[in-house]
Design a protein around this ligand. Structure first.
Ligand code: SAM
Ligand code: SF4
Length: 322
């Protein structure tokens, strides 16, 4: 079992398989980065898998593949199958912008993927295009339909932004409710890569919008998930709110992150990371396991937002996978 230096059980590994993306979301990667990580620095699926096996053997039972846009990484279904075949009962999920799902959902499902989180910030083509800086909505909605059709369980992520899509919180909620999908509203998290003009909505403001139509009751956290669940009295629908600006966000943190070039990141809001690249490339399982133990020992107690007045993180969300 993996326990960090503050006594929290860590059983969740998020793996960013690429930092590249086919969208340019204003809150994440508004411009193409000055340079991408060189191709030769990326760990292969086999190398990533060497670390994943260690993590699973030590007690990780939940893995999420993310990015950048994970569906840009060629043959992702092969990677999904490697993980699934090693531990078929693992909770294996993927976070995607949905753009390439019409082409990939079927093979991902066949490879053993069970769940998907899909980002959907607007149901209006022009607003979706304003946020992603590309005409994306038609393909994303078709991707959501395809994923559901092949039997993948879908959750939707929305980041409400002031003056852009804040008027669509109830529309997205109804779209998800009608389809039996859970939606999770995510507070915009300040970071130095985002468009400076972007202003997010506070969790409290998001709830106010929903209260304009419904009576809602807070249910509490779903396990160690950062999402708080709320139930709508009128129809029983449950939605989630992820509000990392609140202090208790870190108390039940159960996760660590691995990037495509092998950086093991203990906390999204700290710049520290340790590389397991050399160890896995050399096939040195003991060295990789030792780095994992050290990263856990040094995992910060809480994120730095409270200290820095929301200055935010310098690390890009597209690098860590959010
Ligand atoms: N490209 C995929 C996608 O968009 O779903 C996966 C990677 S993306 C970095 C993962 C999640 O992080 C998405 O749901 C996205 O909305 C969220 N995200 C990115 N930047 C964010 C920010 N500044 N604040 C809050 N959420 C953010
Ligand atoms: Fe790409 Fe996802 Fe970031 Fe949007 S949020 S730019 S889709 S990585």
């Amino acid at each position: 079992m993996l326990i960090d230096g503050h006594g929290r059980r860590v059983n969740y590994l998020r793996v960013s398989v690429t930092e590249r993306c086919n969208f340019r979301c204003q809150y994440c990667m508004p411009e193409k980065p000055f340079s991408w990580v060189p191709q030769e620095n990326l760990l292969s699926f086999e190398e990533l898998f060497k670390f994943i096996k260690i993590a699973i053997d030590e007690g990780v039972d939940k893995i999420r593949l993310t990015g950048g846009e994970p569906l840009l990484r060629q043959d992702l279904d092969r990677f999904v199958r490697m993980i699934h075949d090693y531990k078929p009962d693992i909770d294996l999920a993927l976070t995607t912008n949905g753009y390439l799902l019409t082409e990939t959902a079927e093979s991902l499902r066949a490879a053993g993927l069970k769940r998907l989180n899909i980002s959907l910030d607007s149901l209006k083509p022009a607003v979706a295009a304003q946020i992603a800086q590309k005409n994306v909505l038609g393909k994303v909605l078709a991707g959501i339909d395809k994923a559901r059709e092949v039997g993948l369980k879908v959750k939707i992520n929305m980041v409400p932004l002031k003056g852009i899509n804040d008027g669509e919180i109830l529309d997205i909620l109804e779209y998800c409710r009608e389809r039996g999908m859970r939606v999770r509203f995510i507070e915009y998290m300040e970071n130095s890569h985002a468009n400076e003009e972007i202003r997010g909505m506070h969790g409290r403001e998001i709830l106010e919008r929903i209260k304009e139509r419904y009576t809602i009751h807070r249910l509490g956290r779903e396990g160690a998930s950062p999402s708080y669940n709320y139930k709508i009295e009128e129809n029983g629908y449950i939605f989630g709110l992820i509000d990392p600006h609140k202090h208790d966000f870190c108390e039940s943190c159960n996760r660590i992150r691995l990037t495509a070039e092998g950086h093991l990141i203990p906390c999204l809001y700290f710049d520290e990371a340790r590389s397991i690249a050399e160890a896995v490339r050399a096939g040195d399982v003991d060295a990789a396991a030792e780095i994992l133990a050290e990263v856990l020992r040094d995992k910060p107690k809480e994120n730095r937002w409270s200290e820095t007045e929301n200055e935010g993180s310098n690390r890009a969300f597209y690098e860590t996978g959010g």
